[in-house]
Design a protein around this ligand. Structure first.
Ligand code: F6R
Length: 250
């Protein structure tokens, strides 16, 4: 596992955007796994900028997002689909046929989860998976206790996750109770993983992930068994990490 310490969130985002760009340049038909939330917003901005400046060809790239809230369709402003349209799909004029998210408004969520899992396999799996980490150590919406063997599934969000994510909604009551998420085994099959974390709020989860036991109460800890993981984080998020484990500093 490579742990890169970036001086600021801006630096972290710049390094992350470069990794995403390199992936698509080296493999124009790459399948990118994407995350939403506050952490990658700047990465997406820099990715868009790089694509334009370097004239990177994206017509053959495919994207698969990690998760979506129950009941929220692509036109709901708080859906992850709307987030992706705003930050990536629309500005880069990506075709709907190349961008996939679980359908939160599907009539049968369990069936949708299974179909989404099959779709990922159909496109040959994920080349590079971008991840954030929750304050409770979740990756995607795999909350603590999720089996490491999990595939794309329907999940009950913890009160803590609903609380934290309520900052994106007008009122806490609007935060859905359930979501569809890629599973931990699905994420582990990505050929390369890039996890970003910034800020003191992530320090506890990062310490548990990197320094603690590999156990299901710390979903991210399974990543330590993956052979190609890069973590880019700022100093506050890495405060609890043994400095010997930090491989590069920017
Ligand atoms: C988002 C996702 C989540 C977030 C995590 C951190 O698609 O799957 O696991 O990455 O909750 O969120 P932020 O970046 O808002 O702190």
């Amino acid at each position: 596992m490579k742990i890169i310490q970036a001086a600021t969130k801006e630096q972290m985002s710049k390094l992350a955007a470069n990794i995403l760009i390199d992936c698509v340049k080296n493999k124009p038909d790459a399948v990118l796994g994407l995350a939403t939330g506050g952490t990658p917003e700047e990465t997406y901005r820099m990715f868009r900028q790089n694509v334009k400046e370097k004239r990177v060809e994206l017509s053959r790239m495919r994207t698969f997002n990690l998760d979506e809230y129950e009941g929220l369709g692509p036109n709901h402003p708080m859906s992850y689909h709307a987030y992706m349209k705003q930050h990536l799909f629309d500005p880069l004029q990506l075709r709907p046929s190349q961008c996939f998210l679980p359908k939160g408004d599907a009539l049968n969520l369990e069936e949708e989860a299974q179909q989404y899992e099959e779709l990922i396999q159909k496109y040959g799996g994920i080349d590079l998976q971008l991840l954030g980490i929750g304050e409770n150590g979740h990756i995607a919406f795999n909350e603590p206790g999720t089996p490491f063997t999990s595939r794309t599934h329907v999940v009950e969000l913890t009160p803590n996750t609903r609380d934290i994510n309520s900052r994106f909604f007008d009122k806490k009551e609007q935060v859905p109770y359930r979501a569809i998420t890629m599973g931990l085994a699905t994420i582990m099959e990505a050929r390369k993983i890039l996890l970003l974390a910034n800020g003191e709020r992530k320090q506890k989860a990062m310490t548990r992930f990197i320094e603690g036991e590999i156990a299901e109460d710390a979903p991210a800890s399974i990543l330590r068994k993956h052979r190609d993981v890069t973590i880019i984080a700022d100093p506050p998020a890495l405060t609890g990490i043994n400095p010997d484990k930090i491989t590069e500093v920017y």
